[in-house]
Design a protein. Sequence first.
Length: 169
Amino acid sequence: MTIDWRSFELRPAGAPPIDPAYLAKIQAARPRLYATAKEQYGEEIDPGPFGLDTRPALIGAKFAEAQGKGPAYHTAVMDAYWRKARNIEDRVVLTELAVGIGLDADSFAAALVDPTLDAAVTGDVAQAQAYGLTGVPALVFNNKYLIPGAQPYAALAQAVEQIQAQSGQ
């Protein structure tokens, strides 16, 4: 099985402001998320700023993937945001992470303004919309089985088994 990361923007540039009531609901749910991560997975969460523009990080991912560093980049960005409260909208932070996984700083900085990589992100977002995705995380197996939201490992393993059985694998 291969895992292909795809881009999805929760707060694209030009999006309207988040409704204060909705933001309050999200913030109220965060302590439960942190507790679940610690209790079930032993993970401490210290997230970066909320509502930031992730497009630079997504473009950086396309570059890293093209250089054979996709998994390392994704791990570095996720760790920086979810465990170290880093702002992954900041190009200086992203470049530091890229250099940390062995990418050239100047090449990475140039990639962040590359229209081809930007178009690849736009294509991923369009594909997500075609799937009907409205949030992350979401997993799509074999380009047709959608599993939305954060799911426990056991649920994902069961889904994979069912998909394999249906596909005759």
